[in-house]
Design a protein. Structure first.
Length: 620
């Protein structure tokens, strides 16, 4: 037992020190327990096969799909529009919307999604974003108490109860607790944020690279870009020299020689398919290549002079569409600078044949302060020219490897990760609702972990991610390894009798004062530990102790386990206690004492109130 406690103390000290990654610390502790023979290999590796770890991986993927498709952002934007510049209404919306999203998406992801929305609303209405950013971070954690999947500690206590032979928690068992803590959060944070946070200035903004929309505006692409659809019937098409109607369907771009005949270029061919009800849409976005074949209902994005475009459209009976907008689902934009060593210096863009060689279109050239977007095919390339190029994301990323010809200004792979596949938002919503239904309704014979695995796979199969790699990127592997490696620590504590010793100490010191005092002790002990180490790691350590403590005083363990998840999740007194707290620190211009002034009172009030409320919700 002494060796186990020494390893635990060193592990906690390293967590507090913070110089070594948390997952490496956890793995080192796991290795120590294994090498010293405290745990068997099966016991040491059990965490990596735990349903809670597998479920968290699936939830990262589902949450990533909700963000990748813009579903969460769309919901947030529509609700935020209701504030209309009123600071109190904005505050309430920040708390309620963030809490709702946080019930289904990780609190870190929720806060990362909502931050730019909050800052744009604050900037547009003249309000200070610092008034809302810290409450935003806290709301993400408060909302996690609404559902079983809202925060990892909820899953931890559910597993401890199940393994202890107790009835597992339902999906919405947490809902009453979540509603109460959200109400407390709103009541406490509304005055405290106004008193302590309103005068804070947001941190200096880092200079960001150009967004895709910035590039479109800078090169004025929409001025010369139009889109036409290929209708199924084309009665207005012209007659060729053979007396037959000019037909574009089934022809390749090479057959049509559009650039040569009309002086315009097709840069993109898009096909959109909708379901019968029109709710689900699938978009196929393709580069216009010489081998590309035009089909009925294709949308052609054409760049060039308007009169030449009209003649081309008239000859082939194409129908012009309104509201031209460039989307970046499969195709993207980036800027490249022509190097002195480039093989293409002195060549016309048409002669360089970049579309065939590299799969890219040149949409504009920036030469000094001059922007060239007309007659690009005849434009000669000079050293230092900045080219705006379009292509598939993989092709744009591959350009960076050819450093002798050019330098890529941005990082296309990272830019692609930020592009929202918004046409898939209804699909992501349906999958999320299906997952929740499978977890909520008992008549569906599917275990929660199975429901999450199914939902995660469906998001990939349904195209909610650009590719499988994008789905993997949504998983926070450091958190997964941390949790999986720390789980066996609780086994070691139980196996060596350390958990029983700690629980006995709690019972002996507080048990004589009644279960309510013991409940308070568990909450504040967990809350104190969470200020220094991961909330999930704290829950993993404290949940078995709370279970044994409840058994020793002869009461139901449910309120005690809920005290653990509350203490682990409601930690607001430090910027380092949870990722969302740290995420808003610089953007809000906060100091450590700001968290103490605003977060500590909230943390204490929740503990005091829930000490008396939990026994009412989950009687002893």
């Amino acid at each position: 037992m002494t060796t186990t406690l020494i390893i635990l103390v060193i592990t906690v000290a390293l967590f507090i020190w913070g110089r070594v990654r948390a997952d490496i610390v956890a793995l080192t502790a796991l290795a120590a327990l294994l090498v010293l023979g405290i745990l068997t290999p099966a016991e040491a590796l059990a965490g990596f096969s735990s349903p809670i770890v597998i479920m968290m991986i699936g939830l990262f993927v589902v949450g990533g799909a909700i963000m990748q498709t813009g579903l969460a952002k769309l919901t947030g934007n529509k609700l935020m529009a209701l504030s209309r510049g009123n600071e109190t209404v904005t505050f309430l919306l920040v708390m309620l919307v963030t809490s709702f999203i946080g019930a289904f998406v990780s609190n870190t992801g929720t806060v990362a999604l909502m931050m730019p929305i909050i800052m744009s609303i604050a900037a547009g209405s003249g309000m200070q974003s610092s008034r809302f950013l810290m409450p935003l971070a806290f709301a993400g954690s408060l909302g996690g108490m609404l559902t079983l999947i809202g925060t990892p500690p909820n899953l931890v206590i559910d597993e401890v109860l199940t393994e202890g032979g107790y009835q597992p928690l339902a999906f919405f068992s947490f809902f009453p607790v979540g509603i109460i803590v959200i109400a407390i959060g709103i009541i406490v944070l509304m005055p405290l944020s106004k008193i302590f946070l309103s005068k804070k200035q947001s941190g200096k903004k880092k200079k960001q690279g150009k967004s895709l929309d910035d590039l479109v505006d800078e090169y004025q692409l929409l001025d010369n870009l139009h889109r036409y659809i290929v209708p199924s019937r084309r009665p207005s098409a012209a007659i060729d020299e053979n007396g037959e109607q000019m037909d574009i369907v089934g022809k390749t771009l090479k057959d049509l020689s559009i650039q040569k005949k009309y002086g315009v270029s097709i840069i993109e061919i898009r096909n959109e398919k909708k379901s019968r009800l029109g709710l689900v849409k699938d978009v196929s976005q393709n580069m216009a290549k010489s081998s590309s074949t035009i089909q009925v209902h294709d949308t052609l994005y054409i760049i060039g002079e308007e009169e030449k475009m009209k003649r081309f459209a008239s000859d082939y009976g194409l129908r012009k569409m309104k509201d031209v907008k460039i989307d970046f689902y499969d195709l993207g934009l980036t800027e490249i600078v022509v190097m002195p060593t480039s093989n293409f210096v002195g060549l016309r863009i048409g002669e360089a044949n970049l579309r065939k060689r590299f799969g890219i279109n040149v949409l504009g050239v920036k030469r000094g302060d001059e922007y060239i977007t007309d007659n690009l095919i005849a434009t000669k390339l000079h050293v230092g020219d900045m080219l705006l190029v379009q292509g598939e994301w993989t092709n744009l990323a591959h350009l960076a490897t050819d450093t002798s010809n050019w330098v890529v200004i941005d990082q296309p792979e990272k830019t692609a990760d930020k592009v929202l596949l918004d046409y898939k938002a209804p699909v992501a919503a349906a999958i999320m609702l299906l997952m929740i239904a499978m977890m909520v309704f008992d008549f569906i014979p599917v275990a929660p972990v199975t429901a999450v695995i199914i939902a995660g796979l469906l998001t990939v199969f349904a195209g909610c991610f650009r590719n499988v790699e994008a789905a993997y990127k949504t998983i926070n592997w450091e958190s997964i390894v941390l949790i999986a490696a720390m789980m066996p620590m609780s086994t070691a504590l139980e196996k060596t009798g350390a958990s029983a010793l700690v629980s006995q100490g709690l019972v002996e010191s507080l048990g004589s004062m009644g279960p309510t005092a013991l409940l308070a002790g568990i909450y504040f002990t967990t809350s104190l530990m969470t200020m220094f180490i991961s909330n999930t790691a704290t829950a993993v350590l404290m949940a078995p102790i709370a279970l044994v403590a409840a058994q020793q005083v002869g009461v139901s363990p449910y309120s005690f386990l809920f005290a653990v998840t509350l203490g682990a999740s409601m930690c607001f007194a430090s910027p380092f206690s949870t990722p969302p707290n740290a995420l808003v620190m610089k953007a809000g211009g906060y100091t450590f004492m700001d968290y103490v002034k605003v977060g500590l009172p909230l943390q204490i009030i929740i503990g005091v109130v829930m000490t008396f409320v939990l026994p009412l919700l989950f009687p002893y």
